[in-house]
Every structure is written in structure tokens, then in C-alpha cells.
Write a protein that binds this ligand. Structure first.
Ligand code: PEP
Ligand code: MG
Length: 593
């Protein structure tokens, strides 16, 4: 870590979630700790062992301090997690095995401790027992902290974040984002990631301003340094001067005034200037309050991502636990539709990156979503039954992610039918005519959308994935984020093709990727033929406000121009022109995918 920088420095990243915030930095480093390996002469082995003992003491001291702070600011339940961490440090076997390893191998202490701890982690990970699984995660956390102390790194856990801080991380995974406390984090800045990485999607749903792709920032910031984050423009200012803070204070007030204007109209019907009625739905993670669900101005939930329920806890929630969440949302939305997507774990949504006991080389193209569910029918059916049971309390529909063939869709439907029979056999209520949706987010599904339409009741286009797979551009790799072009002519043609397939087969098509909440793209999506758009609750008021001032006739004209365009640049110019000329919005007034 560098020495304290007191002069103002500005960094440019990717604007990921809107808003401006200011506060002290809390640094969280997610990557592996670099552990050196070297031989130690026999006469210095005792010194290594005493370093180990000091490391243990320092780590115990840190954990006690965190425990006390978490207890005071959050509560005893959360604080008791750290008791389990202390127990790991008191484990005689772990300590004695490490000392034995040093004596037998003559390698340095951090290397020996890591070797022994990993041996424990690997052995425990094989055991299929919920209690042991929790212990594995404790050992992992404590090992990391201990190793950081031994090599002289400062290490912090996300759970220590209890003040109103700016979270500065090298990277953030969705399970970490899912456990963030919105009261404690006022903004997020990461070195890696993109607008469509799931951690960012979660941040947006929690309404936390975020900037990603700020390379090298962690090295330049110290704990407690003042940071200003502009999630509209993708700007991060380290040690902002008084003038900068004043300037941003004004920008913030102006933006807040605009948002208040949008917000005031959110419950008005969405009817365009030429009298076309349009529908906007919500993307939710299952943790949103009833107030958000009831008062967002949406016509329903277009996408309930269920992964967060599975990522928040060490173990998968059972049927009853899932039913509780799905039922709450179904009831809160009253008679409006609630689309519950079945589990889409995998890709970047992988707890501890080890869902399947091994690391995948290409997780986005790996054992993900429906592929995982069809091979784990017990997990899948438990979820399907919970969804079916929730359908007795509202207008619930089920949606399958990552479908790439008719066989997968047919197999998923067959399991749904089995679940219906099981519930009917027990006399448990559900909607027998529950509507079944197919996500179109893999190019093969787009190409056979006319065939898929025969096996489902609606389509939902996941543009986040469709763009990455169609263009072969990893959606979370900021190194190639300039190639992640939703405005590529291939994407436009694919979208138009899917909307057509839906129309010809008489099923509605909605769009639920991040493009749907983007003021630049939303008019185009309706112009191309979308029946409805599903987006985060924080993007909804602005979008509704703008669409109420648009004419569908103009959106259709825009679609015709876009479909005739040869390049992403040309398409971008059309989209920007439309936003500015037809909707009266300047590009700096919103963040775009
Ligand atoms: C998508 O791919 O666009 C989508 C909505 O699903 P997710 O972002 O969860 O992969
Ligand atoms: Mg997807």
C-alpha cells in the first residue's frame, strides 16, 4: 500500500449504477494472497515458529476487535460468526500440524500454514454435512486473515463494513454483493467488472452508486481516505478538494430534483403520446421490501432472480424457505404477474467459486442454470414445487434460464408436470395453468425461437447473456468491455428475429437484460416489437417518464433505421439522436449499458 495521498486525484472507470456519494474508503481485496515459498536454514526454524505464534495472537486480537464492533453496530447474531473464527485459531491439530510441517520441510511458515490449512479445507469439503460446510468457510476466512498477517498485508472482510463507507475492492462477486448492508455502503468502486456483472446488477437493485473498471485504484487508496464516487459519469475522486465537493454537491442536488420529478409520475399509466399503452415490470432479487414492490409504479415482476436466495446462505434454502419468499412477493404484487426464474447458478454466480467442487475454465459456458438443474432434479423440483405453491397466492409464472434446445425446455416442463402431480396428490393448492416462460439468451435459442415457442407461453430475452454469447465477449471482462456492444447489428437482427418468432406463434416477448432499463435502448426495444420491458426499480421512474413523452410511431421508425445500419457506431448515433431530439434527454443525464 502506498503512503497517504492528500492531493486530489481523479480516476475514470465505467459508470455502473447511478448516483453520487462521498465518504471514507473501506478496502476489500478479494484476490488470492500471494504466498512466497522458500527454504529456511535449520538455525532459523524456531524464528519461523515464533512468527507463527505472533501471527496467531495478532489474528485473534483482530477477530476480537471486529467481534466487538459488529456486536455494537449490528448485533449479537452477526457477531457470533466470529466466535467460530476464533475456534479455528485455537484448533490444536491445525497449529501442531503447521509446526510439524515447518520442521519436516524447512519451508517458510506462511507456505507451511497455507499447505496445512488447504489440506483441511480439501478434506472437509468432501464431507456432505451442512455443519462441516460452514466450518470450511470459517477455515477459509481465517486462513486468509492469518496469511495476510504473516505476509504483512492488511486484510478486511466485508462483514467488518459497518460505517457509511465507500467500498473499494479489486473485484466483488455476487455472493459478497448479496450480503452488503445498504446502510453501511454508500458507494462501490471496483478495479474489475462491468455493467452487466451480477455484483453490479445487485448493487443497482440496492440503489448503491457504483463505478467499475478503475484499474490500480486499490494500490493508491488507504483505509479511511476520502473518496467521491460519481456513478453517472464513471468518475472517482480520491481526496476531493472542497471545491470539488461543492461542485458535486450541486450536481447531486440537480439530479435529485430530476429524480423527484420522475418519481412523482411513477404511478401514472404508461401511455405514449400516440396513445399506445406499454408495460414496464421489475427485475428483483427477492430481498426488496414490500414498499418497493407495491410503490414502484411497475405492472408486475418480470424477473425474480432466485440465485441471491441461494448465495446469501451457506446452504441451499429448502422448499418451505423458498415458498416464504416467493409467496411474499406474489402477495405484495397482488393480481399483477410475478415471473420467478428458476436457479441460474454458475457463471459469476458461484458461491466461493466452488459450487461443483472444482473450478471451471469457462464458467459462463459451463455447468450453469438449466444445465445444473436438469442434472440435479432434487434441487430443481424443490424449487419448482415452491414456485407452484406460491402460484396459489398470486399470478405467478415460471421462467427457465439458459435454454439452448427444445429438449431442455421439454425436460424442464416434464419435471414441472411431475411436481404438479405430487402436489395434487397431497391436496396442496397451486395454479394448474401456471404460465411457463423460456429465457432467450443463448444464440442457439434465438435461432430456434420459432420451435421453442411451441413449448412455452412466453419468452423473456436476457440481453446480458445474449450479447456476450452472440459476440463472444465475456460480459464481466473489463479488458474487452469496448467489444461488448449491445448496439452491434448482429444483436439488433437477433432481437428482431425473436420478436417476430414470438408474434408469429402468438406468445408475448419481454426483455429483462440491463438494456431494458437503459433510456437509450428502451424506445428501440419497443419499436422492434417488445411486448414489455423488465428493469430495476431504481431505473423505472425515469424510463416511464421518458416513454410517456414518446410516440410509438417514432420508436418504430427508429427501429427501421437501426435494422438498416451497418455498424455499431451508426446505430449508436441513431439511438443518441433519438434520445436527444425526440425525448429531450442529454447523454450525461443517464448511465447506459
Ligand atoms: C440476462 O442474461 O440478460 C439476464 C437477465 O440474466 P442474468 O443477468 O441473471 O444472467
Ligand atoms: Mg442471463
Amino acid at each position: 500500500m502506498s503512503s497517504t495521498v492528500s492531493t486530489e486525484r481523479t480516476f475514470k472507470g465505467i459508470a455502473a449504477a447511478p448516483g453520487v456519494a462521498h465518504g471514507p474508503a473501506f478496502i476489500f481485496v478479494n484476490g488470492e494472497v500471494d504466498i512466497p515459498k522458500h527454504s529456511v536454514p535449520a538455525e532459523r526454524l524456531e524464528e519461523e515458529i515464533s512468527r507463527f505464534e505472533q501471527g496467531l495472537m495478532e489474528t485473534r486480537r483482530q477477530i476480537s476487535a471486529i467481534r466487538a464492533e459488529v456486536q455494537e453496530k449490528v448485533g449479537e447474531d452477526e457477531a457470533s460468526i466470529f466466535d467460530a473464527h476464533q475456534l479455528v485459531l485455537e484448533d490444536r491439530a491445525l497449529i501442531e500440524d503447521t509446526i510439524k510441517e515447518v520442521k519436516e520441510t524447512s519451508f517458510n511458515i506462511e507456505y507451511c500454514f497455507q499447505t496445512v490449512a488447504n489440506r483441511y479445507i480439501d478434506a472437509f469439503a468432501q464431507i456432505d454435512d451442512d455443519y462441516i460446510k460452514e466450518r470450511v468457510s470459517d477455515i477459509r476466512d481465517v486462513t486468509r486473515r492469518m496469511l495476510c498477517n504473516l505476509v504483512g498485508h492488511q486484510d478486511k472482510q466485508i462483514s467488518e463494513l459497518v460505517d457509511r463507507n465507500i467500498l473499494v475492492a479489486d473485484d466483488l462477486n455476487p455472493s459478497e454483493a448479496a450480503t452488503l448492508d445498504v446502510e453501511s455502503v454508500v458507494a462501490i468502486v471496483t478495479e474489475y467488472g462491468s455493467r452487466t456483472s451480477h455484483a453490479v446488477i445487485v448493487a443497482r437493485s440496492l440503489n448503491i452508486p457504483s463505478v467499475v473498471g478503475v484499474h490500480g485504484l486499490v494500490e493508491k487508496v488507504n483505509f479511511g481516505d476520502q473518496i467521491l464516487v460519481d456513478g453517472f459519469e464513471g468518475v472517482v475522486v480520491l481526496n476531493p478538494s472542497k471545491e470539488t465537493l461543492e461542485r458535486y454537491g450541486q450536481i447531486r442536488s440537480r439530479r435529485e430534483a430530476k429524480l423527484a420529478e420522475y418519481f412523482a409520475e411513477r404511478n401514472q399509466p404508461l401511455i405514449t403520446k400516440d396513445d399506445r399503452s406499454l408495460r414496464l415490470l421489475l427485475n428483483v432479487e427477492g430481498v426488496e421490501s414490500d414498499d418497493i414492490l407495491r410503490n414502484s409504479g411497475a405492472d408486475g415482476v418480470g424477473l425474480l432472480r432466485t440465485e441471491m436466495l441461494f448465495l446469501r446462505e451457506e446452504n441451499f434454502p429448502d422448499e418451505e424457505a423458498q415458498l416464504k419468499v416467493y409467496r411474499r412477493i406474489a402477495e405484495a404484487m397482488e393480481s399483477k404477474p410475478v415471473t420467478i426464474r428458476t436457479l441460474d447458478l454458475g457463471g459469476d454466480k458461484n458461491p466461493h467459486n466452488s459450487l461443483y467442487g472444482y473450478q471451471e475454465a469457462n464458467p459462463f459456458m459451463g455447468f450453469r442454470a438449466i444445465r445444473f438443474c436438469l442434472e440435479h432434479p432434487k434441487v430443481f423440483k424443490e424449487q419448482l414445487r415452491a414456485i407452484l405453491r406460491a402460484s396459489a397466492f398470486g399470478q405467478v409464472q415460471v421462467l427457465y434460464p439458459m435454454i439452448s434446445s427444445c429438449e431442455e425446455l421439454v425436460a424442464a416442463n416434464a419435471l414441472l408436470e411431475e411436481c404438479k402431480e405430487e402436489l395434487a396428490g397431497k391436496g396442496i393448492a397451486f395454479d394448474p395453468a401456471i404460465r411457463r416462460g423460456c429465457m432467450i439468451e443463448v444464440p442457439s435459442a434465438a435461432v430456434i425461437s420459432d420451435l421453442l415457442a411451441k413449448h412455452c407461453d412466453f419468452f423473456s430475452i436476457g440481453t446480458n447473456d445474449l450479447v456476450q454469447y452472440l459476440l463472444a465477449v465475456d460480459r464481466i471482462n473489463d479488458r474487452i468491455s469496448h467489444l461488448y456492444q449491445p448496439n452491434h447489428p448482429a444483436v439488433m437482427r437477433a432481437l428482431s428475429f425473436i420478436f417476430e418468432a414470438g408474434k408469429r406463434n402468438g406468445i408475448p416477448v419481454s426483455v429483462c437484460g440491463e438494456l431494458a432499463g437503459d433510456p437509450l435502448y428502451a424506445p428501440l426495444l419497443f419499436g422492434l416489437g417488445a411486448d414489455e420491458l423488465s428493469l430495476s426499480w431504481s431505473s423505472l421512474p425515469q424510463l416511464k417518464f421518458l416513454l410517456r413523452r414518446m410516440r410509438m410511431k417514432d420508436a418504430r421508425r427508429l427501429a427501421v433505421k437501426v435494422l438498416r445500419s451497418e455498424s455499431a457506431d451508426e446505430i449508436q448515433a441513431h439511438l443518441k439522436g433519438f434520445c436527444e431530439e425526440v425525448m429531450g434527454l442529454r447523454a450525461s443525464e443517464f448511465t447506459s449499458v
